[in-house]
Design a protein around this ligand. Structure first.
Ligand code: FAD
Ligand code: DHB
Length: 389
């Protein structure tokens, strides 16, 4: 088999890249090791930056998002028993965010790919990448029991943090930066109308909590927990009790309902540099991870593949390699900004331990961002997605 761009991984990065290339008339083959149902139902992020929304629209996959997604113009920060509104759009030149689940983005992209009749292979096994520093890199894999080899002009490693592409780069070439956090999030999807109009990030003595949503009927809530938390110790009643304790306010009720899904996510910051080796280009979680507190992971994946698609389009149209050569540096500027923002939000909002000095610093910072226009504006422009990078 021969294609122009071989894409490993059908998450948001791989599928968005395939769509952008399709629109530009560039061929690709996407291979994914899980089945379609699994990929479409993996519950993860829920907040799209305006830039992500615009890109999905431009790529012709925004119709359902525009019908079903919910535009938000602010968030709430809660601490010391009070909820403070941060008017994101007012502070960030009218820009806003869209609440639309990653599962839905992925479903829309898969549907568009299949409707175009373009290759997207699920349940492939034994994926390996070869000849990365030649002009004809190859992907080998098995599909339906048969061994396959795919010759490409370039390979896009969009296979997430645990994929095979990043580890295929010989040792000594990548520099990695990492921080693990001593906590995780226990997340639930509940069949109950959200009790909030906009997201609530709550700092509390018992630990952080986040109130989010997916639709007028579905709520998405999180509580800080241990990174290796055993879900068996969290019957539904305990989760609701903890959410009530961490987010409760006089005169406001958190409505409870059946819990449809629950899971624990560990938290880490990670960056691998450079994001390119020869003809292999890493994008999304394959190259970097952020803790989820700033809702940046999915948005960064989309931002990487926008830069990669533009560079590939330039290369195919005019032979210039400037975009491809500058790919890693262009991505990393935004990546490190998001790394900082996510680390900052995480550090400001989570229970870090018992140190009273840490606690006072957090409260001081929270009072500052909810009372100073300058500080609030900084949070807002990062949250909705910087346009100046
Ligand atoms: P992925 O979504 O990981 O996609 C990679 C794809 O590659 C997957 O489909 C995988 O099956 C496939 N793959 C892996 N190995 C191979 C292989 N060898 N061959 C072929 N295919 C392969 N972000 C937020 O902003 N908010 C959140 O609440 C949030 N929650 C998260 C919860 C969890 C459990 C995780 C893991 C991440 C979460 N994130 C969250 C981050 C966000 O979901 C990711 O940043 C986003 O999915 C990145 O997209 P991606 O396409 O780069 O990687
Ligand atoms: C959601 C996830 C996040 O990480 C975040 O910061 C806000 C919302 C969500 O899943 O809805």
């Amino acid at each position: 088999m021969r294609t122009q761009v071989g894409i490993v991984g059908a998450g948001p990065a791989g599928l968005t890249l395939a769509r952008l290339l399709e629109v530009a008339g560039i061929e690709s083959v996407v291979i994914e090791n899980r089945d379609r149902d699994y990929v479409e139902h993996r519950i993860r992020a829920g907040v799209l930056e305006q830039g992500t929304v615009e890109l999905l629209r431009e790529a012709g996959v925004g119709a359902r998002m525009d019908r079903e997604g919910i535009v938000h113009h602010g968030i709430h920060l809660q601490f010391e028993g009070e909820r403070h509104h941060v008017p994101l759009s007012e502070l960030a030149d009218g820009r806003s965010i869209m609440i639309y689940g990653q599962t839905e983005v992925v479903k829309d992209l898969i549907a568009a790919r299949l409707e175009s009749g373009l290759p997207l292979l699920f349940e492939v096994d034994d994926v390996t990448v070869h000849d990365l520093q030649t002009e004809l890199p190859r992907i080998r894999f098995t599909h339906d029991g048969a061994a396959q080899e795919l010759e490409c002009d370039v390979i896009a490693g969009c296979d997430g943090f645990h994929g095979v592409c990043r580890p295929s780069i010989p040792s000594g070439i990548l520099r990695t930066f990492e921080r693990e956090y001593p906590f995780g999030w226990l997340g639930i999807l509940a069949q109950v109308a959200p009790s909030i109009d906009e997201l609530v990030y709550a700092h509390n003595d018992r630990g952080f909590a986040l109130l989010s949503l997916r639709s007028p009927e579905l709520s998405r809530y999180y509580v800080q927990c241990r990174p290796d938390e055993d879900l068996a110790e969290w019957p539904d009643e305990r989760i609701w009790e903890e959410l009530q304790l961490r987010t409760g306010l006089a005169g406001w009720t958190l409505h409870e309902g059946p819990i449809l899904e629950k899971g624990v996510t560990g938290m880490r910051s990670f960056v691998a540099e450079p994001m390119q080796h020869g003809r292999l280009f890493l994008a999304g979680d394959a190259a970097h991870i952020v803790p989820p507190t700033g809702a940046k992971g999915l948005n960064l994946a989309v931002s990487d593949v926008r830069i990669l698609a533009d560079a590939l389009i330039d290369w195919y149209r005019s032979g210039t390699t400037a975009g491809l050569d500058g790919y890693s540096n262009a991505c990393l500027r935004r990546v490190w900004r998001a790394e900082h923002f996510s680390w900052w939000m995480t550090s400001m909002l989570h229970k870090l331990g018992e140190d009273p000095f840490d606690l006072q610093l957090q409260l001081s910072q929270l009072r500052y961002v909810t009372s100073s226009q300058a500080a609030a504006r900084s949070l807002a422009e990062n949250y909705v997605g910087l346009t100046t990078l």
